[in-house]
Design a protein around this ligand. Sequence first.
Ligand code: IFM
Length: 446
Amino acid sequence: MIEYRFPADFLWGAATAAYQIEGSPLADGAGPSIWHRFSHTPGRVANDDTGDVACDHYHRYLEDVALMHDLGLDAYRFSISWSRILPDGTGRVNQAGLDYYRRLTDALLENGIKPMATLYHWDLPAALDDRGGWVNRDVADWFAEYAEVVFRALDDRVQFWVTLNEPWVVTDGGYLHGVLAPGHRDLFETPIASHNLLRAHGRAVSAYRGMGGKHAIGIVVNLEPKYPASQNAEDLEAVRRADAYMNRQYLDPIFLGRYPEELAGMWGEAWPQFPAGDLGAIRQPLDFVGINYYKRGVTRADASVPVERASRLQPPHAIYTEMKWEVFPQGLTDILLWFRDRYGSTPLFVTENGAAFYDPPAAIDGEISDPLRIHYLRTHLIAVAEAMKRGVDVRGYFIWSLLDNLEWSHGYSKRFGIVHVDFATQRRTPKSSARFYREVIRDGGV
Ligand code: IFM
């Protein structure tokens, strides 16, 4: 019985990212990215795993598109590796890199699957990191140059463009805490990197409009509704800081043309005076916003954490994924409503949602049974439907992830896929959650 039916034109998708699945990061003239460098630095990634082979999607993309077709996907969200296109980050264009994404998008279109391409999913060309990376103000020009090359080559096929994936993670993990590439831990660099990500986003959007882009363009942010751990004044203040830092830091400049008022105080002397005019350039009208949702943040004051001075409490009596993330579907309804109430009626996609769980070995009949992931997906789809019932304009949903893949500094130890990948043989086996998703798509509901 279908209790939650989605509109007929709702896009059912799955998402991945270049460094996490492609493998062959230096093939056919590509340059190294910061993730290539980071994962090849001993001790940075669990088990010293790298993206050298990953899911070998670079060679097996046809097999993977066939899997998508079997699932009945309407759309596929993937990312483009900047250093495959511009090996030095700027200047020389590597035609073989563009050709690869042409072949991939052709295969998608031949199978009736709409491409959604993310321009930046964390793999900055290493050559640009050598020039200061996201801390160098010129990065906005570098990004616009790269974006224009890609728009020119692929706008006839790509229907949805995403400028950046999760800029908050890029700076919190890559510049403040050092757990993601490029592995810096620098309070002063972090707000500059965040600001330059926003500037780069704004430049790419205006370049796209300027060249008469035919399709839709937006950004993807990861949001986490923040709830207080108690009603103490300290915890309530901590919620405001955590919310400003994670949820409003990028969206307020884009939609409201200003930074959340809490941020300057939170950074103290590390908060720069940004040039007047930057915020105007960042505030470009968008065709959609993608929201990645995994969990909520039950927040308490915690002076040991830089900037936010807040940390998350792990509520008892909850289900946790292998990432130690609480399963909390209500948070997805709440954050979709929050977005609409704060920023208005921009069309939304849930561009990532999913869970890493321990997958039992395949049964004799080859079945990989993942009931916890099915439960996660079903309850989160219902959460999306609840928000839509209350008027939020959600146009589609993308599972993270199509395939088990390299979960960044966790290496291959966390499996998010609805399709199991045996990394020794590259054999793909759809899990029971893939069958569940196929039925949801076929029935148009849960
Ligand atoms: O694997 C990541 C993805 O690259 C970005 N969003 C969160 C996922 C799970 O951690």
